[in-house]
Design a protein around this ligand. Structure first.
Ligand code: GLA
Length: 391
């Protein structure tokens, strides 16, 4: 969390609205470390909240109207405080409008109050580090405090997810919002997306993550995401009919069952299904390795995860592959993989703390040689989750 960023936001707020905010909430972005596209298949993920995030500030006002300003571009929208609806014009506002709708839905009718609000974050947009989840979660926490709603943490995450589904049109799982809510300093978060249990897993202080934002955004990202999700659901239906135990999601399918039945399935659906099925097994193995302090083994699982993205799920891209391929040959690097939805965004690299400088230089050079641009690898600190910081 950056106290400076909070100060900048509060100053901008006071300049625009002529008074101080009464409530300020903060929510971090996340890195996904292992377990790709498993969340909506009711599987497992290891992730972490990061030291970059979004502050959301608000103050009550008279009347029935709400004002919302994006603090970076100082663009403003106004809407009835009791009826937030999706907008085509200011699409950035949809994450906030959806969050407000979710908070109001958990309160008795007539609970809405007019407000002025502004937000500011430092997560690069489109970097695959969940800037939208950080906005949803910080807005939800601020609205809940402002309106006196007592919302359990997992419900905060679900409000953000529903905003994404209904207001932004992406059928995401719960990973991004849950990581933002349940993050823990110096730890990874082990999530079980069937039982909705979120547990911290201690992480060796000798290693850290480098986040490498490719700045690449390929294809119709949201369309491709929803399409992958549909393939997984088709695969789950196939296995529900083919196996003699209950299958309600790919979480219920083992790697051996996939191997045994892949030939009976449509080839594309089979390859898509291989990814979450393999990832679930890798997350469970990875948690054990972390407990035993086997960082090298854990890093190998990260490389395997990326191979599975590249070959089975086809949600990598040349820019991400360059980083992961280069990482394989850099001393002090244990593992690397894409992080998040894929098709661009960031790769996350697991590196010995003593090798951070040399690894960063090697990654930068490899990327420049292949794509002509510099990347700017940044050390990520595993951080605490979202909270109200004022009011
Ligand atoms: C995006 C989605 C998450 C998750 C990841 C892939 O970040 O928002 O719900 O599915 O992709 O693991």
């Amino acid at each position: 969390m950056s106290p400076d960023l909070q100060q900048v936001l509060e100053k901008k707020f006071a300049e625009k609205y002529g008074r101080e905010p009464t409530v300020v909430a903060y929510a971090p972005g996340r890195i996904e470390v292992l377990g790709n596209h498993t969340d909506y298949n009711e599987g497992y993920v290891l992730s972490a909240a990061i030291n970059h995030g979004t502050f959301f500030a608000l103050a009550p006002r008279d009347g029935a109207e709400a004002s919302l300003t994006a603090g970076d571009i100082m663009d403003e929208v106004r809407f009835p405080a009791d009826a937030p609806a999706r907008t085509e014009e200011h699409t950035w506002a949809n994450y906030v409008l959806g969050s407000l709708a979710g908070v109001l839905a958990r309160l008795p009718a007539g609970s809405a109050r007019a407000f002025d609000a502004m937000f500011l974050g430092n997560i690069p947009l489109g970097s695959g580090l969940s800037s939208s989840a950080a906005l949803e979660v910080s807005a939800t926490l601020a609205f809940a405090r402002f309106l006196g709603a007592d919302i359990p943490p997992v419900e905060v995450a679900k409000i953000g997810q529903k905003a994404e589904h209904d207001f932004a049109g992406v059928k995401c799982g719960l990973l991004d919002q849950a990581s933002s809510v349940f993050g823990r300093r110096d730890s990874l978060v082990m999530s079980d997306f069937r039982t909705l249990e979120f547990k911290p897993v201690a992480f060796s202080p000798d290693v850290c993550f480098l986040m490498c934002n490719t700045n690449a955004k390929h294809a119709l990202v949201d369309g491709a995401y929803n399409e992958r999700r549909e393939c997984c659901e088709k695969a789950a239906r196939f296995f529900a009919a083919a196996l003699d135990h209950p299958v309600s999601a790919l979480r219920d399918v083992s790697w051996n069952e996939w191997l045994e039945h892949r030939g009976e399935m449509d080839d594309l659906i089979a390859r898509r299904a291989a990814h979450p099925v393999g990832e679930d097994a890798r997350v469970l193995a990875g948690v054990e390795m972390l407990r035993e302090g086997d960082v090298a083994g854990f890093g190998k699982l990260m490389f395997e995860s990326h191979d599975s993205s590249r070959n089975y799920f086809e949600n990598s891209c040349p820019e991400l592959d360059t980083i992961v391929d280069a990482a394989q040959a850099i001393p002090g690097v244990y593992g690397a993989r894409l992080s998040g939805g894929g098709f661009g965004g960031s790769a996350v690299v697991l590196v010995d703390r003593r090798a951070v400088e040399t690894a960063s230089t090697a990654l930068r050079n490899a990327y420049k040689n292949r794509h002509g641009d510099w990347i700017d690898p940044r050390v990520i600190t595993c951080s605490d989750g979202a909270r109200v910081v004022r009011g």
